[in-house]
Write a protein that binds this ligand. Structure first.
Ligand code: CA
Length: 230
């Protein structure tokens, strides 16, 4: 299994040999030395897997993971210097797929990476969703409607993907704030409303004349194949 890996690590003495060893194993490896450049690369280059060092010069790795998770479901392996159970649990809760405690070898990372990639390939979360004329591909993050590509922002994509994975079900705004915005509590319904209206416009429909996206007043929203909605 050959993968496109993004290594976010500021320490050259770790990074350089790791890149070399991973390339020897056939992986395509890109690297970033700061959290912000890593975040940008993760979004622009869409790697198969991110390896994230927690001690970065510009931002805490946990904060970066939180930001990454609001826009991307790319698998993440956290590289931590601390063999600290609390910290590891916190990272896994924050959306990390696995972790490695430093120092680790390229062989260990390679094995973990392959396991994470096998797991994520088998998850329903990466299956292409087809609902009526709507096609949502979470791997390429591309959407088409009746064969025509639809350009969505990362957030609009995640919102549509969440709804398209549950056709016919009413999804509450609370659930959307938690699952799509990753806001575990608080947050405003208005945020959801605004993004829904943008999404509707891009899908060529409106709240008054819905096709796929049906508002269920006071509850949330439901995605349905046109003509089958109640
Ligand atoms: Ca570091």
């Amino acid at each position: 299994m050959v993968a496109r890996l993004l290594l976010i690590e500021d320490d050259l003495t770790i990074r350089t040999p790791l890149i070399r060893a991973l390339r020897e194993r056939g992986h395509a490896v890109a690297a970033a030395s700061t959290a912000m450049s890593g975040l940008r690369d993760a979004l622009d280059d869409r790697p198969d897997l991110v390896v994230l060092d927690l001690g970065l010069p510009d931002l805490d790795g946990r904060e970066l993971l939180r930001m990454l998770r609001t826009v991307s479901s790319v698998p993440v392996i956290v590289a931590t210097a601390r063999d600290d159970e609390t910290e590891i649990v916190r990272m896994l809760d924050a959306g990390a797929d696995d972790y490695l405690v430093k120092p680790f070898t390229a062989a260990q990372l390679d094995a973990r990476a392959r396991a994470v990639l096998r797991r994520s390939a088998g998850e329903p979360g990466v299956a292409v969703l087809v609902v009526g004329g709507l096609r949502v591909d979470p791997r390429s993050r591309q959407v088409s409607l009746d064969g025509v590509p639809v350009e969505l922002t990362p957030r609009e994509f995640d919102l549509l993907h969440h709804l398209a994975a549950r056709p016919g079900q009413v999804v509450t705004k609370r659930e959307l704030l938690t699952e799509v915005w990753r806001i575990p509590y608080g947050g405003a319904d208005k945020t959801v409303d605004v993004h829904l209206s943008w999404l509707r416009r891009k899908l060529g429909e409106s709240a008054q004349e819905p096709r796929y996206l049906h508002t269920v007043r006071g509850v949330g929203v439901r995605l349905d194949v046109p003509g089958t909605g109640r």
